[in-house]
Every structure is written in C-alpha cells, then in structure tokens.
Design a protein around this ligand. Structure first.
Ligand SMILES: [Zn+2]
Ligand SMILES: [Zn+2]
Length: 81
C-alpha cells in the first residue's frame, strides 16, 4: 500500500489524511497539500501565506519573486533594511 509522503526534498514524512470521506477507498482521502504546486506537504514544510497553505519550496520562490519585484522598483525589502 503506497503512502502519501511530503514532496519537499529529502523529507519523506508520511502524511496523515485530513479527511477520509470513504474509509475503504484511499483514493478519496484528502491530504494537506500546497495551494500553489498541489503537492502533498507535511506540517513542518508548509506554512500559511495569505490564507493559503504553501510549501517551503513555493514560499522560497514567492519570497524571491517579491524581492526581485521590489528591487526592480528600487525598494529595499523590509528584512534587509
Ligand atoms: Zn508548493
Ligand atoms: Zn516535509
């Protein structure tokens, strides 16, 4: 029986379903997943951003994009002041 695992590099934490609509059918089970890349992620590798669950990979990407957008606008990101 394959388990759903966290998709963040080198983690492989086995995920617990958050919803089991049909107990006998694992295909219906709902696991916590990133709202950006839709990969399953564990608690440790996900965080809430703007009301969405975002994995650490997408979070890093989003932060990098925000930073380059701010640099483009010649605004120094808050945490680098
Ligand atoms: Zn993601
Ligand atoms: Zn993880």
């Amino acid at each position: 029986m394959p388990f759903v695992k966290c998709a963040v590099d080198g983690c492989n934490t086995r995920l617990q379903p958050i919803l089991e609509p049909v107990l006998e059918d694992r295909n219906t089970w709902i696991y916590p997943e990133c709202d950006v890349c839709y990969r399953p992620v564990c608690d440790k590798h996900s965080s809430h951003m703007d009301g969405q669950l975002v994995c650490t990979d997408c979070r890093k990407k989003a932060i990098a994009e925000t930073h380059s957008a701010l640099i483009h606008l010649d605004i120094t990101p808050l945490d680098e002041r």
